[in-house]
Structure formats: structure tokens, C-alpha cells
Design a protein around this ligand. Structure first.
Ligand code: SAH
Length: 259
């Protein structure tokens, strides 16, 4: 491959919707595919989590519509977002639905795509780099290590109605040395209690990373027994991920490998 123009991307057809992952924030983590989509789209309907630096890559005539869900704040309902995408595609636009991270990782990507497909509107899914993986890495934490874990679990801290998700905590605690929580903050007390009750050690290492991969990244290092209190006393806020497990210990050596 001599240069990027030789990559053959699919044509962004008029009247179609592309559901694209924008990665966790650092503009350099945008995929070439997502960049291509940004150049072709007529209108970009984006999440609250999509960084302004990424939206700035779109040509100046591209219409930007902010339409995202953000825990706690008034946000459009899922069906309103889908209706808007259908409406725009019906007007013959190339509609780019840009979402943080990867559309299929706690991103309700299928929920958005299916009603659009039902209207016979073509949909293309473009994966992105998920915050749970790259966000951990930018804090110097590998989500797996040959010696410490053969299993990684990605868990959401709350379900679509905001409740603690229905998780078999004992099975999770027993089988997954490394657990990465998305949206951990709202129910941190409950998560802490469940993991302790399920047998995870009080001195187990935990890291909570907010605004990971961006210039506003904040990292809290704590333990399972102290995590709820330490979080409350820190300036780490949403959006954040939380990594539980032995690979958090790599941070001391790897934290400067991502600056
Ligand atoms: N589809 C996204 C996740 C959407 S759910 C992905 O694959 O990354 C939204 C949650 O993702 C946030 O509440 C937070 O837990 C996490 N998240 C997204 N971007 C983040 C970032 N830059 N730093 C930390 N957490 C982030």
C-alpha cells in the first residue's frame, strides 16, 4: 500500500445510513474507514461522547446534528434518534450516525440499525475502537496478560433503564480475573459490594479512568475496598471506565507509553 487513496472503500450511497464508531476520543484512534465516512457524509448525527476534534474533520458544508444519550442529562429517546435517521435517509442524504467507541459495544447499535433496515434503507456498520480497550491501554493497563488472565469481561454498570444490570456476580468474580466496567460510577457502591460478596479480595487493584485517551483524561488508582470512597473524593467523573484485576498493576511501568 503506497498511499491511503489506494484503499478501496465502499461508496456512501445517497439515502443510506452508516453507523460508525468514532473511537474513545483521541482523534488519532479514528479508523481510516470512519475518516472516509466523515468525508463522504451529507449529515452527521453524533453522540454526546464524540470529540469535537473528530467532528472538525468533516468538510465545512457537512451538517452536524448532536443527538446523544448521556447518563443523567435530558437526552433524546432511542426511537427519536432512529426516526431522525430514517427521515434524513428518506430525504436522500448520506447519513452518518457517529457513535463513541464501537457501535456494538454498549452502544445500542443493533437497536438503531434494525428499524432502519425495516424501512428498506441500506445500513452499513463501521466498527470503532472501544473505550474499554483503548481507554485502559492509555492508562497503562493491558486488558489481558499471558500470566494473569485468559478471560476478560466487559460489563455495563447500568442497564438501559439505569438499573444495576442483571449479572451473575459469583460466576463473573470466579471466572474473570480482569473485569472492565463501562458506566461504573452511578452504582459503584453496589458493584463494590457485589464483587466483595462474590469473593474478590478487598486489596484487589482497581483503576477508574475518565475521559480516557483525551487531554482531559483522569486516572484513579485504588483498591476494591476503597474504590467507592476514593471515587467520591476524586475528580474522576463520567464518562469513565473501571478496570478490576491484576493487570492494573502494570500501570506503574506502562503509564508513560501512551503520551
Ligand atoms: N460504544 C462505546 C460505549 C458506549 S457506553 C464504546 O465502545 O466505547 C458509554 C460509556 O462508555 C461511558 O459512560 C463510559 O463508561 C465509556 N466511555 C466512552 N468513552 C469513554 C472515554 N473516553 N473515557 C472513559 N470512558 C468512556
Amino acid at each position: 500500500m503506497e498511499n491511503l487513496t489506494q484503499i478501496s472503500f465502499p461508496e456512501f450511497q445517497t439515502g443510506s445510513v452508516w453507523l460508525v464508531g468514532a473511537g474513545p476520543g483521541d482523534v488519532k484512534l479514528l479508523t481510516l474507514y470512519a475518516y472516509h465516512a466523515l468525508q463522504q457524509a451529507d449529515v452527521i448525527v453524533h453522540d454526546a461522547l464524540v470529540a469535537p476534534e473528530i467532528l472538525a474533520l468533516a468538510p465545512s458544508q457537512t451538517i452536524l446534528e448532536g443527538m446523544g444519550k448521556r447518563g443523567g442529562k435530558a437526552s433524546p429517546k432511542q426511537h427519536e434518534i432512529t426516526q431522525r435517521l430514517i427521515e434524513l435517509a428518506g430525504q436522500g442524504k448520506r447519513v452518518l450516525r457517529l457513535k463513541g467507541g464501537d457501535p456494538f459495544v454498549f452502544g445500542r447499535g443493533a437497536e438503531e440499525a434494525l428499524p432502519i433496515l425495516k424501512e428498506n434503507i441500506p445500513v452499513r456498520i463501521v466498527p470503532g475502537i472501544s473505550a474499554g480497550i483503548a481507554g485502559s491501554a492509555y492508562a497503562g493497563i493491558p486488558v489481558s496478560d499471558g500470566q494473569s488472565n485468559q478471560v476478560i469481561s466487559f460489563v455495563t454498570g447500568h442497564d438501559t433503564s439505569g438499573q444495576v444490570p442483571c449479572v451473575n456476580w459469583k460466576a463473573l468474580a470466579d471466572s474473570s480475573p480482569v473485569i472492565v466496567f463501562y458506566m461504573p460510577i452511578k452504582h459503584i457502591d453496589k458493584i463494590q459490594r457485589e464483587l466483595l460478596n462474590a469473593g474478590r479480595k478487598p486489596d484487589e487493584l482497581i483503576s477508574v479512568i475518565s475521559n480516557a485517551t483525551t487531554s482531559a483524561q483522569q486516572v484513579l488508582e485504588t483498591t476494591l475496598e476503597n474504590c467507592a470512597l476514593d471515587l467520591e473524593n476524586s475528580n474522576v467523573r463520567s464518562p469513565a471506565i473501571m478496570v478490576v484485576g491484576p493487570t492494573v498493576g502494570f500501570r506503574a511501568q506502562l503509564m508513560n507509553c501512551f503520551n
